[in-house]
Design a binder for this molecule. Structure first.
Ligand code: NAI
Length: 291
């Protein structure tokens, strides 16, 4: 399939997990971030290690400032940095001058439309660019959304889809460049409704997750546990993106409004597992109901 080496830029929640998953499939990965990523967190992740210790040797680490030239050896470059369009585009402009002509670049964005990501970038870059939206945690979630457009080279899409299907064990779903793609468009209804109803009924997160967890097919975490895992700080990005992109009068607009509780949690550092805690820490600290 001609994918012998992959680069992942951004070693946060998703980038680290994606790099570990690809290395677990036996493919060498170059993992870059603002500072050199430590591989410890791949081996000691909570609740389960992201990778087998023997596969750590397949991961090379470095920094974005020093090691971008090494991306010229990669067949697929996955961007998994902070969810800010301007920062992502600044990186793409550099990648456009470094990547090999046949190398694919993809973004793991959960909320920024494909046409905004490639706006103003060279045509040949855009032809080899797509969104590969992994789900959290990448090691265990089979779903992978691939968003392409009429501008994208169909051979590049086929190459990445086949690799993700066969080598990474993903169930690839092709998506149009629509707000929230497919899963988040549905998920936003789900999270907003869970928050609104839990507040209205005065439930604790445990009580709420007992209803919107196992019975709804999320046995391990429930909706609130999943939100802590994904990162509470991502929600406003998704909601703003939906707000901007949906036509006036769309039924989803009501659900694409940031709830005050979410804003307060972000402002106070309760961004989920990667922060001081999330819905569950709030609950454990004070035994508080969701409010
Ligand atoms: P994160 O906050 O855990 O990691 C972001 C990484 O970006 C950090 O390692 C940080 O050092 C790096 N970064 C920050 N500023 C930067 C800059 N100026 N230049 C380069 N790198 C910079 O974020 P997370 O959750 O891993 O998200 C990464 C991407 O994956 C985002 O586009 C997000 O929308 C997407 N995503 C996240 C999911 C989740 O469950 N957290 C699920 C699916 C997609």
């Amino acid at each position: 399939m001609n994918i012998q080496k992959v680069a992942v830029i951004g070693a946060g929640v998703m980038g680290a997990g994606i790099a570990a998953h690809i290395a677990n499939a036996g493919i060498p990965v170059l993992l870059l971030d603002l500072t050199t990523p430590t591989l410890d967190k791949l081996l000691k992740a909570d609740p389960a290690p992201l990778m087998h210790p023997k596969n750590v040797r397949l991961i090379t680490t470095g920094t974005i400032a020093d090691d971008l030239p090494a991306l010229a050896q990669c067949d697929w470059i996955i961007e998994a940095i902070v969810e800010r369009l301007a920062i992502k585009q600044e990186l793409y402009r550099k990648l456009a001058t470094i990547r090999r002509a046949d190398a694919v670049v993809s973004s793991n964005t959960s909320s920024i439309p494909l046409h905004e990501l490639v706006a103003g970038l060279p045509e040949d870059f855009a032809a080899h660019f797509m969104i590969t939206h992994f789900f959290n945690p990448p090691r265990y979630m089979r779903l992978l959304e691939i968003v392409s457009s009429a501008q994208t080279d169909p051979d590049a899409v086929a190459k990445i889809s086949q690799f993700c299907d066969h080598k990474l064990g993903k169930g690839v779903v092709a998506c149009k460049d629509t707000p929230g793609f497919i899963a988040n468009r549905i998920g936003i209804f789900w999270i907003q409704t869970a928050i609104q109803e839990a507040i209205a009924l005065g439930l604790t997160v445990e009580e709420a997750d007992a209803v919107v967890g196992k019975p709804m097919g999320i046995p391990k975490t429930g909706v609130f546990g999943l939100s802590d895992l994904v990162g509470i700080d991502l929600m406003p990005h998704l909601m703003r993106s939906m707000n901007r992109s949906l036509p006036a009068g769309d039924a989803l607009l009501e659900k694409a409004t940031i709830p005050p509780l979410i804003q307060t949690m972000i402002d106070t550092g309760y961004t989920g597992r990667k922060g001081k805690g999330g819905f569950y820490r709030l609950n454990r600290d004070g035994g508080a109901k969701i409010k």
